[in-house]
Every structure is written in structure tokens, then in C-alpha cells.
Design a protein around this ligand. Structure first.
Ligand code: SAM
Length: 337
């Protein structure tokens, strides 16, 4: 390894991080969206439409112009092709998670530092405290994982079609902003969904985003352990949630097992902790090491495949495992009998 070259590469990455931070501001202030829908605007009109204070707005526009997110003609700003990446339906699924993560990870890192000496935990999700930032965590999860769900996970659970035919109930435990159930309700016409989460922000977003699907989707702000469930649930889903509930595994097995019918299924989707430490050195697995580091802030850790299989078996289920193409995640399907 050429260390000099590596040091240069690290420093060369900084402008990219800065660009993503600028893009994050463009998205979260609504400036990109406003320019997308309105075309060219003066600073004064942009101030009026976004409510961003004029000095911050001017400096943002200059920075966004420098990083090629905005164009400027005379005194009017418009969205440049790079800025469009964050608003176009075809590209934002990849562009938004990059911008969001460029801001979230430093926040998580500062939380790690905060707790590193005392060993404390913050039992909330997202694991940082800035209320202006964390609503965007849900959007990040939605954009990062929706297409993976539709393209890779759904084909591996063909039984969902039968659940739909029967108008069955899917319970999403730790539903966040409800993207999984909203996607299911869009794709299938009869199944019903109940999402449960202890995050008030997550559930409020889920409720707001599912207004048009109210007949079939319900989102409940509650601790899963304290929440009553309908008499028959066809499918329980845990999308990146099982590791959050792991410290209460026995209670979880008890509650889940008590609600499983002869034809019930359980879907667990988790980033997998590898069997050997050496595997973490693979480029595609390095993010797992970082996630496991910051999961400690919430008192969680990532789970190995054998732990997840053991959990489902303890619920009385037989288990099928599928590795996803990203090499990081796997899904586990638990079937009764
Ligand atoms: C990593 S997030 C995943 C959110 C969502 N499933 C997704 O894929 O975007 C984990 C979620 O589990 C929720 N959670 C943790 N403990 C919970 C509990 N006891 N009951 C309900 N939800 C819980 C958190 O609030 C958080 O929204």
C-alpha cells in the first residue's frame, strides 16, 4: 500500500463530503425542491418560498453554485443537473441516502465519543438528539431500502400473494416511517398492514405518508411488547429491527410464538455480522463494522446468521436464509411446521 497516495486520497475526499453536506442542506431546506418545481428564481423569491433567512440563503446558493448543484443566470438561480439528481424520481433513491449519511455519520460519531468513557446508551432511534435532523433518517431508510425490498426481497416471499388473496394482515414491528407496508399496500390490493414503532416521529411520518391508504394501513405509536395484536396475523416483518429487540429476546420469542398460527410467516431482514473478524476487511463488509460501532450507542449489536436462525427456531419456525446481492444483508423466512 502506498501510504503517501492513501493520505492524498483521504484529503481529496473532503470536497466530496462538503458537496454532500451542501446537497443535504439543499434537500432539507426545500431549496432544491422549490427550484425544481418553480424553475429560475431570484434570492428574494426563493427566500419567500422557502422561509430561509436571506444571508444563509445567499451563502447557500453560492456554495451550491460552487459545487455545481445550482446554475446562475443574471440574478436567477436554477437547479443544475447535479442538483436534479436529488429530486428526480429515478436518481433520488441513490442520491438522497448519500447526502443524508454524510451528515448522520458524524453525528453518530460524536455520540460514540460522548458515551465512550461512561459506557452509557441512548435508547432512542435515531441515535442522535438533533430534532431538526432526525426526521430525515426515515427518508434515508426509505430511499436506501425500498428498491432492495421490491426487487430482491419480495421475489423471495412469493407466499405474500396468497396472503393478499386472503386479505391477510401483515404486522411490521419497528415500522419506522412505514415504507415497507406502504410499498406492500401499493403493490397488493387486499392485504392489510399494521405498523408498530416506539418512535413518535417515525409513526407520525408513517401516518402522514399513508393518508391515501388509511383503509388498509394502520400505524401505532407503541412498544411492541405492550401492544395488543389482532387475532390472526399472516406475516410478521422485522426490517432491521430484530437487533433493536435482541436484549429482550426471550420476551420476544414468547410474544411472537403466542401469536403464530399454523400458516403464519415471519420475515427478518438484517445486516449480518460475519462469522470471522477477517471478513470485515472486505470492502463491502466494512460498513458493517462501522454500523456495529455506532449501534452500541443504542445498546444494540449486529447479529450473526446463527443467532437469527436460532431465534426463529425458538419461535417454533423452520428457517430459510437468503443473502442479498449487496453482500451485507440477509433475509430469513420463518415458516410454521
Ligand atoms: C433501524 S430502525 C428500522 C426502521 C424500519 N423498519 C426500516 O426498515 O426503515 C429500527 C426501528 O425499531 C424501532 N423499535 C425499537 N424498539 C422497539 C420496540 N420495542 N417496539 C417497537 N419498535 C421498536 C425503532 O424505533 C426504529 O424505528
Amino acid at each position: 500500500m502506498n501510504l503517501e497516495k492513501l493520505l492524498t486520497q483521504w484529503n481529496d475526499l473532503i470536497p466530496t463530503l462538503q458537496a454532500l453536506n451542501v446537497a443535504y442542506l439543499g434537500v432539507t431546506t426545500g431549496i432544491f425542491e422549490t427550484l425544481h418545481t418553480q424553475g429560475k428564481l431570484s434570492i428574494e423569491s426563493l427566500e419567500e418560498k422557502t422561509g430561509i433567512e436571506s444571508e444563509y440563503l445567499k451563502r447557500f446558493c453560492m456554495a451550491a453554485y460552487a459545487f455545481d448543484f445550482l446554475d446562475k443566470t443574471e440574478a436567477l438561480y436554477s437547479l443544475a443537473p447535479l442538483g436534479q439528481l436529488f429530486v428526480d424520481e429515478n436518481t433520488k433513491q441513490k442520491a438522497l441516502p448519500a447526502a443524508f449519511q454524510s451528515v448522520f455519520y458524524p453525528l453518530m460519531t460524536s455520540q460514540i465519543l460522548k458515551f465512550a468513557k461512561t459506557g452509557g446508551h441512548l435508547h432512542t432511534f435515531p441515535p442522535f438528539e438533533d430534532p431538526g435532523v432526525f426526521p430525515w433518517m426515515w427518508a434515508m431508510m426509505e430511499h436506501k431500502f425500498s428498491s432492495l425490498f421490491l426487487n430482491e426481497v419480495l421475489p423471495k416471499i412469493p407466499f405474500i400473494e396468497e396472503i393478499d388473496r386472503q386479505g391477510g394482515v401483515v404486522v411490521d414491528i419497528g415500522c419506522g416511517n412505514g415504507w415497507l407496508l406502504r410499498n406492500l399496500a401499493k403493490r397488493f390490493t387486499k392485504l392489510k398492514g399494521i405498523g408498530i414503532d416506539v418512535s413518535r416521529e417515525g409513526v407520525e411520518q408513517a401516518q402522514a405518508l399513508s393518508i391515501g391508504q388509511k383503509e388498509r394501513l394502520q400505524f401505532i405509536f407503541a412498544d411492541f411488547f405492550a401492544c395488543s395484536l389482532p387475532p390472526k396475523v399472516s406475516l410478521f416483518t422485522f426490517s432491521r429491527t430484530l437487533h433493536h429487540l435482541w436484549s429482550e429476546k426471550s420476551r420476544l420469542v414468547e410474544k411472537l410464538a403466542a401469536h403464530l398460527e399454523s400458516d403464519s410467516k415471519v420475515l427478518v431482514w438484517e445486516p449480518l455480522w460475519p462469522e470471522k473478524l477477517d471478513y470485515l476487511k472486505q470492502d463491502k463488509l466494512k460498513p458493517i463494522a462501522f454500523q456495529n460501532l455506532h449501534e452500541n450507542v443504542e445498546g444494540n449489536r449486529l447479529l450473526g446468521a446463527n443467532e437469527i436462525e436460532g431465534f426463529l427456531e425458538a419461535c417454533g419456525l423452520s428457517v430459510q436464509k437468503f443473502q442479498l446481492e449487496n453482500g451485507l444483508d440477509a433475509i430469513f423466512v420463518g415458516t410454521k411446521g
